[in-house]
Design a protein around this ligand. Structure first.
Ligand code: NAD
Length: 447
């Protein structure tokens, strides 16, 4: 098939590369010409395991190309994927401007019957808006072509995006016509050979399915964080509780790890957007409000733990931070828990020495430039450099090299043997024996 994918971010680039890998001819389009220029050279602007190889191989094979001209790409194909960002607007609702800009451009350039597939996460009713915008442009041109708008939300996880796209749990496809259903079935059957993963439904059903999935996952995390904070006050070890409840097959082990809050480009914005949808339908989403509130508060837990130890004035203190990305496996720092933590630390007078295996280049985009200029945030070359003369080490992102560190070396480097473990990676009992002052999330047993 000849496919156009608009937007070359985490979702668009992975979608385009994976369709090309299966033998399709794919043109990826982006308004960001710097990104397109880099991609044309085989340079991948994001960190995503396995992506570089399939992009380069498919480029070489002539199945994958990049352009900033949607008009040009549309000449070659009649199947268009929209995979542009839907960032949160000021009121928390999803900002549809990029999606509707693409729809308008499709309408201005459509010259044959086509299928427009929306892969971006969008509120219920967006497919109808996309349809209306395209129709308006066609009417203005005085032309008529048959086109369907399909909803095909994406469920990939950053850090495992290629693997998730190639071996999805399910493929949700919202369609309103038999023609669109057939085209989507033909496109995706190769990703569904092991067992039938295609789930066809109405477009509005598909749109809500994506939000419901992310909201459910966010709910599990916030619920567990609430239990962890309670456990801490009770002197209970939340890790035992986690294993105890995870063994119940109705609950399961996934997404019940307590921590310092969820971040990323999806959960925070999608929970807020779903709350806004509730308001539009005059429905109070009480659970979602609690999920969001708990997450906001959880992002302050690590800072609170530090001020509980050192007091509110952290002037003269040095804090070593391990992990800046919102989760391991990605350089994405959008809504990462490291951001409010580091901003709070520097505002309280501390100097932060930080290290992340892949997000170091990304870091300067998320903090005020003067924090770097004044040496209040120091980006270190190595995880152990970040601990030099530090009053405490804080684990924010559980990258693998952080999971079994050299505690002897850490103890020598740290001015005080304080470990604040935002992801419950370490054994509090063993660290206590080694002389560390340890605090995890829901496992802070004092002296
Ligand atoms: P992103 O910000 O990484 O990439 C979006 C890209 O779209 C950017 O390169 C931008 O330049 C481009 N763009 C914006 N307007 C454009 C236009 N008019 N024409 C062409 N290109 C344009 O975004 P992302 O993380 O890939 O997310 C895309 C969508 O997929 C969002 O709705 C998101 O919620 C959803 N999603 C994301 C993930 C994830 O893990 N990142 C997972 C599932 C779903």
């Amino acid at each position: 098939m000849n496919i156009t994918v608009v937007g070359t971010g985490y979702v668009g680039l992975v979608t385009g590369a994976c369709f090309a890998e299966m033998g399709n001819t794919v043109t990826c389009v982006d308004v960001d010409s710097t990104k397109i220029a880099a991609l044309e050279e085989g340079i991948i602007p994001i960190y995503e395991p396995g992506l570089e190889a399939i992009v380069q191989e498919n480029q070489k094979a002539g199945r994958l190309r990049f352009t900033h001209s949607l008009e040009e790409a549309m000449e070659e194909s009649a199947l268009y994927f929209i995979a542009v960002g839907t960032p949160p607007g000021e009121d928390g609702s999803a900002d549809l401007s990029h999606v509707l800009d693409v729809a308008a451009e499709i309408g201005r350039n459509l010259s044959q019957d086509a299928i427009v597939v929306n892969k971006s996460t969008v509120p219920v009713g967006t497919a109808a808006k996309v349809q209306a915008v395209i129709t308006e442009q066609l009417n203005a041109r005085g032309v008529a072509f048959g086109f369907d708008v399909v909803s095909n939300p994406e469920f990939l996880k950053e850090g495992a995006a290629v693997e998730d796209f190639m071996r999805p749990d399910r493929i949700i496809i919202g369609v309103e016509s038999e023609r669109a259903r057939q085209v989507m079935a033909d496109l995706y059957h190769t990703f569904s050979r092991n067992h039938d993963k295609l789930m066809f439904m109405g477009v509005r059903d598909a749109e809500l399915t994506k939000y419901a999935a992310n909201a459910m996952l966010a709910t599990k995390i916030s619920f567990m964080n609430e239990m962890a904070n309670l456990a801490e006050r009770m002197g209970v070890d939340i890790e035992n509780v986690r294993k105890g409840i995870g063994s119940d097959s109705r609950i399961g082990y996934s997404f019940i790890y307590p921590g310092c809050g969820y971040g990323g480009s999806c959960f925070p914005k999608d929970v807020k957007a779903l709350m806004r949808m509730g308001e539009e339908y005059d429905f109070e989403t009480r659970i979602l409000r609690a999920v969001e509130d708990r997450n906001q508060a959880q992002k302050h837990r690590l800072f609170e733990k530090l001020t509980e130890r050192f007091g509110n004035d952290l002037s003269g203190r040095v804090i070593g931070v391990w992990g800046l990305a919102f989760k391991p496996g990605t350089d994405d720092m959008r809504e990462a828990s490291s951001i409010p933590l580091i901003n709070q630390l520097t505002a309280a007078g501390a100097v932060v020495r930080a290290y992340d295996p892949v997000a170091m280049e990304e870091a300067p985009n998320h903090f005020a430039a003067e924090l770097f200029e004044q040496g209040r945030i120091i980006l270190c070359d190595h995880q152990y450099d970040a601990l030099a003369d530090a009053d405490a080490m804080v684990l924010v992102t559980e990258w693998k090299p952080f999971r079994q560190p050299d505690f002897n070396a850490m103890k020598k480097l740290l001015k005080q043997p304080v470990i604040i473990d935002g992801r419950n990676q370490y054994d509090p009992y063993s660290l206590k024996v080694q002389g560390f002052d340890y605090s995890g999330i829901g496992r802070d047993f004092g002296d």
